[in-house]
Design a protein around this ligand. Structure first.
Ligand code: HEC
Length: 113
């Protein structure tokens, strides 16, 4: 009997721990994988799902060599007037835009080919 009780207590302790931990540890990685998905799907709808270009130009590191990360961030923030490239500042926080620009420069969101 005593053993069974202990087992239950351990389980409920585990449940409390995971409840406490999820919001903290889960938040950052969820945000980044959400952002990575957004880039491949939303940006990808114009720039190609593999960012090799479509309606918009390719966004692979070799295509962005002439643009420093800060310039890329400015383009994402403000869009390109008179083109299909929309401004993203109503939808994305500045630090999210910075993160995306750095990933585009580094090519971390795409597979090598
Ligand atoms: C509705 C279509 C569309 C969507 C969605 C879109 N773009 Fe664009 N984007 C364009 C077009 C078109 C251009 C080219 C503008 C021009 O002619 O200079 C462009 C240009 C760019 C450039 C400059 C590239 C270069 O070499 O000059 C960057 C960087 C960029 N987009 C990033 C993004 C990111 C990041 C997202 C998602 C957050 C995104 N775009 C979503 C259409 C789109």
């Amino acid at each position: 009997m005593g053993r069974r009780k202990g087992w239950k207590r351990e389980l409920s302790l585990l449940a409390v721990c995971s409840l406490l931990l999820t919001p903290v540890t889960g938040a950052e990685s969820r945000t980044q994988s959400n952002l990575a998905n957004l880039v491949l799907q939303d940006c990808g709808s114009c720039h190609g799902m593999t960012l090799k270009g479509g309606l918009g130009p390719a966004l692979r590191p070799e295509n962005l060599e002439r643009l420093p990360a800060e310039a890329i961030a400015a383009i994402i923030r403000e869009g390109v007037p008179d083109t299909a490239m929309p401004p993203w500042k109503p939808l994305l926080a500045p630090e999210e835009i910075d993160w995306i620009s750095r990933q585009l420069k580094a090519g971390t969101l795409i597979s090598p080919q």
